[in-house]
Design a protein around this ligand. Structure first.
Ligand code: AMP
Length: 210
């Protein structure tokens, strides 16, 4: 059987990255994440400008830029977990043209919890591992437990930009959640549970769908 094609939906900070790592380990799928791809290419010149200015303001990077990234990544992948895309209805329609999903899951988390998670998040500059100043502190402040790299706060995890990202999510991406809901194949998962409880629900939803 070919590998599963999984879509994770949820606001910034809902836990998509954490659960994507579990899916990669469990199912051997590719992790396709537009956020990481764009962060690695912030200053890439495109006819729409560079991604940096959009990202630092918490706004969406123009569709043609992200669609191209996703198409190239999906062409190369057998199964995948897609994280951070689609973020608006046009992207969802584009995705429907290039692939069929096996399962779409949506992590539900309240706004104030998301702000707390985002503003406390620290990321390793070298290996990308995630920590949280309160909920998942590293053994030594500012130092990655995995590789010893420096931990930094993402430019867009400041409170002001995090709030703008949540506004952009509500305006552009909630309609995408409804789009999959109406198709009848959306698994809604309580994203405020502990990560291993979220994982148990996600795994059950995937086993159900396959
Ligand atoms: P993330 O790491 O998924 O929170 O993404 C960080 C930033 O990258 C977002 O705030 C957007 O500026 C940009 N970005 C990521 N994915 C997309 C997408 N599918 N469409 C447009 N912009 C995106």
């Amino acid at each position: 059987m070919s590998q599963p094609k999984i879509l994770l939906l949820g606001a910034p900070g809902a836990g998509k990255g954490t659960q994507s790592s579990n899916l990669v380990e469990e199912y051997g799928v590719e992790h396709v994440t537009t956020g990481d791809a764009l962060r690695a290419n912030k200053d890439m010149e495109t006819e729409h400008g560079t991604p940096r200015s959009f990202m630092e303001a918490g706004e969406l990077v123009p569709d043609p830029v992200v669609n191209e990234i996703v198409q190239a990544a999906l062409d190369d992948a057998d199964g995948f977990v897609l994280d951070g895309y689609p973020r608006n209805l046009d992207q969802a329609e584009y995705l429907a043209e290039i692939t069929d999903l096996d399962v779409a899951a949506y992590f539900e988390v309240a706004d104030e919890e998301l702000i707390d998670r985002l503003t406390g998040r620290r990321v390793c500059e070298d290996c990308g591992a995630n920590f949280h100043v309160k909920y998942a502190p590293p053994e030594e402040e500012g130092v990655c437990d995995e590789c010893g790299g420096d931990l930094i706060q993402r430019d867009d995890d400041t409170e002001e930009t995090a709030r703008e990202r949540l506004r952009v999510f509500e305006e552009n991406t909630l309609p995408v959640v409804e789009f999959y809901d109406e198709e009848g194949d959306l698994a809604r998962i309580d994203g405020e549970q502990a990560p291993d409880e979220v994982w148990a629900d996600l795994e059950a939803a995937i086993e159900d769908a396959l």
